[in-house]
Design a protein around this ligand. Structure first.
Ligand code: HQG
Length: 181
């Protein structure tokens, strides 16, 4: 069975479209595990063992269970308004944002905006940013002056799987790296 495909479906449900399987999320993004399993089962083979396996082996640790595994949520990446209760966290001096060549002109004008999601996603290291950027074609990486942003009052959050989140990054804090990746 193709766990990657099912994992992608799970992130669609838990971040963007819970109604696709007839469930709702609470204000903190939690879905009931029994409802989720029942919903997915309608169209494919699915059970608690498969769900546990996806959560445990996911390469970006995208999902968390609550303590007794009766609830599950995506750790970040939502486009629906839920509060996953991330604490405001002091960022490192520098963060990175990987994107596609096709977005550069607009980013250079408007800065980084959350687009379809609730936050702009930033990476803690260059390599991760190159990988994120590659999802959109030939990657371009921006260096983000997060220390100066924090000093200027911008808030940063770190998701439990290590993605840095902030509402926007104005152009004055961005520097395009010139290297090719
Ligand atoms: C771009 C993956 C035009 C932005 C990754 C990005 C990440 C602009 C795209 C997570 C813009 C949105 C998020 C502007 C930003 N004009 N384009 N002003 N500002 N953009 O997929 O950051 O596998 O929503 O550069 O690992 O690529 O889903 O965001 O290219 O952590 O778990 O708009 O998704 O994780 O694309 O990726 P996305 P992202 P998962």
């Amino acid at each position: 069975m193709n766990l990657t495909k099912t994992s992608k479906y799970l992130s669609l449900i838990l971040r963007h479209r819970p109604e696709a399987v007839g469930i709702t999320l609470d204000e903190h993004g939690w879905a009931r595990v029994d409802e989720l399993i029942a919903g997915i089962k309608k169209t494919q083979k699915f059970n608690m063992d498969i769900l546990e396996e996806i959560v445990r082996t996911d390469n970006k640790q995208r999902y968390s269970f609550n303590e007794d595994h009766t609830l599950i949520r995506a750790n970040q990446g939502h486009s629906i308004p839920v509060d996953v209760e991330l604490p405001v966290t002091e960022p490192p001096e520098v963060l990175w944002h990987g994107t596609g060549q096709k977005y550069v002109e607009s980013i250079d004008q408007k800065g980084l905006l959350p687009k379809g999601r609730f936050y702009v996603h930033l990476s803690g290291d260059l390599k991760t940013a190159v990988n994120v950027g590659s999802r959109h074609g030939k990657p371009v990486v921006y260096r983000v002056d997060s220390a100066r942003m924090a000093a200027d009052g911008y808030l940063f959050y770190r998701s439990v799987n290590g993605v840095w989140l902030t509402k926007k990054v104005p152009v004055e804090y961005l520097e395009k790296t010139e290297r090719e990746y």
